[in-house]
Design a binder for this molecule. Sequence first.
Ligand code: C5P
Length: 222
Amino acid sequence: MKVNNLITIDGVSGVGKGTLAKSLALELSYNILDSGNLYRLVGLISKRISSENSNKIQKELESKTVTMKLHDPEKLVEVFYGTENVTEELRTEEVAMLASFLAKHISIREILKKYQRDYFDSEVGLVADGRDMGTMIFPQAKWKFFLTASLEERAKRRFEQLKEIGLEVNMPTLVDNIRKRDKLDTKRDISPAVPAEDALTIDTSDLSAGELKNRVLKIIRT
Ligand code: C5P
């Protein structure tokens, strides 16, 4: 049975998943799961404890509650690890690369599976964004979208996002990092970023955030 109030949005980085997920969640009053943030948190923990051991990472992760708050579609989903607001630290390129590296490991993916599934409350509804939301985490979702965009457009968007929160990056490094992360995310054996069989693929290169949101809402409502 397909679940009606469950929307998954997958794709590689910079294709517009986050912006779409936030605007849909606010429009439909659904909860939001930015699963990339959980992988980034694992990356941050690994950096802090200087270890890539999944048991150690799990122990640290479970020692505090993780909460995500969405107030404003223009802003990042806020992430609290215990009482600490780690939102901006999670956005650094170093943490993103660590997240991608650790995301290859089945042990890490298994730890995060339960965290992710717990976000779905059938009374409220959920918009989940990531790489494997439609394939592995919520295969029962009725609405599955897989977003793509050109590398050039994605780098431009990422550059703007990082600049907005005051993080300095240069374009060639950014493009290089995106390529490396794409390779890690699409070529890995477990849960690669690929569309689910029943997902609708949308190229967002030439769509504004508003146009994309309207297109998706139209599909869901008709
Ligand atoms: O989406 P975001 O760029 O924040 O994700 C950071 C990293 O976490 C990705 O590059 C990817 O390797 C990993 N990730 C994943 N599966 C998800 C979400 C993110 O492997 N569902």
